[in-house]
Unconditional design. Sequence first.
Length: 481
Amino acid sequence: MPSPIPKDLETVSGLDRFCDILSRTVSESDLFDQNRPIIITRAPGRLDLMGGIADYSGSLVLQYPIKEATFAAIQASADRTIRIESILPEESTERLVFEASLDDLLAGRKLGSVDDARSFFTGGDNWPAYAVGALVVLANERKIAFEHGVRILIYSEVPQGKGVSSSAAIEVAVMKAVVEQFGIEIESRELALLCQKMENGIVGAPCGVMDQMASACGVEGSLIELLCQPAELRGTIDLPDEVEIWGIDSGIRHSVAGADYGTVRTAGFMGYRILAETVGLSVDVLGYGHVRIDDPKWNGYLASIGTAEFEGGLSAHLPDVLTGAEFLDRYGGVSDLYSTVRRESEYPVLAATAHPIYENSRVRRFAELLKCPIGGPELRDLGELMYSSHNSYSACGLGSDGTDLLVSLVREAGFAKGLYGAKITGGGSGGTVAILGKKGSGDEVAAIALRYEALSGRKTRVFTGSSPGAFQFGLRRWEPV
């Protein structure tokens, strides 16, 4: 049977390698039945050019699908068993294996609900949650009754802990594979939102939706323009011919499940709760550190507050720092169900609240500049917006010595070397720095990476190039001979 993948995507990055791995798996292991077809899906990681941690506060974000991706191969099984094998490039001779009865997983005994699934995977190696979670979420949100089991092979070239969304790539690739295998009609936006539910509810990471949207809806060589209220895809922005995007890994591991990211997210929602009371919005205390806010003014999103409104009086009501105990005793809790206010912790309320308000303004200006005829002044403005975003991360407490050094090296090289701007990506506290520069300036980026290694003693890598999102890629079928 001919491959349904578009001809112009036949040579997409990593596809040949994965097909070789799949071929060996089919011939050498018992994971797949050699006499039945297999569906292949693919979802890339992303570079967060602008927007970052403001996604959960409703900001506009600009995301770029990278060359590195996760592949999933799925096949229906004759029994009601789920078996998943995961393989990483650097561990090509060793596979992680998860196997369970479909009835046990979804009939209320282990993973019958999202809460069951989260409890099941908490405290151990939770890698299967990113795959099994697809079935759990579809069973709960779409009421899908799975009639048979599946076999799934996962292979990822998206490095973990680098701030380029390896988790979303796995979630989207597997979710896409599952819906294709079971013939579930679903459009890209809904699939991304279901993947976010998986990561929030089952994996337990309080991420926004931009990563899953970029991986599912990304278009090769373009930025997706996404308003996270909650996931309004504005379309794509083609990069001007004059510019190119790179990423440099700082060598410092990043995680959206980490304490720094969670603290800043919680602090932002603390600020929103305080501002809601300031302007007289109705608040119901739900207990256990959470509230419900009736918000016809901002629709629940900090990013909907304009900078003029914030500076015109609202910011004066926010403390620089507030302990969890002081906040809970006075305000009762936050509206974000994925944030937990810890009484013993201190929170950077003012900086974490200000960040999405100003970031939304920065991203909107950035998008406007990219859509207009571009020259030297506009390129300098784009760079300054990135540097300002990076500084705002640091003000929230999400900087790191490695990412700060990389940004300073880019700024030092500057316009004369064809490098316009740089900023930390995603959840911060390490990970990768995104760079905007003149097309063809890859040698300058590589030189900065080498200089960074010499100064920091950390190994790094450069991300270059783009690839299609999961829905642009579509699927490919492996057919028995």
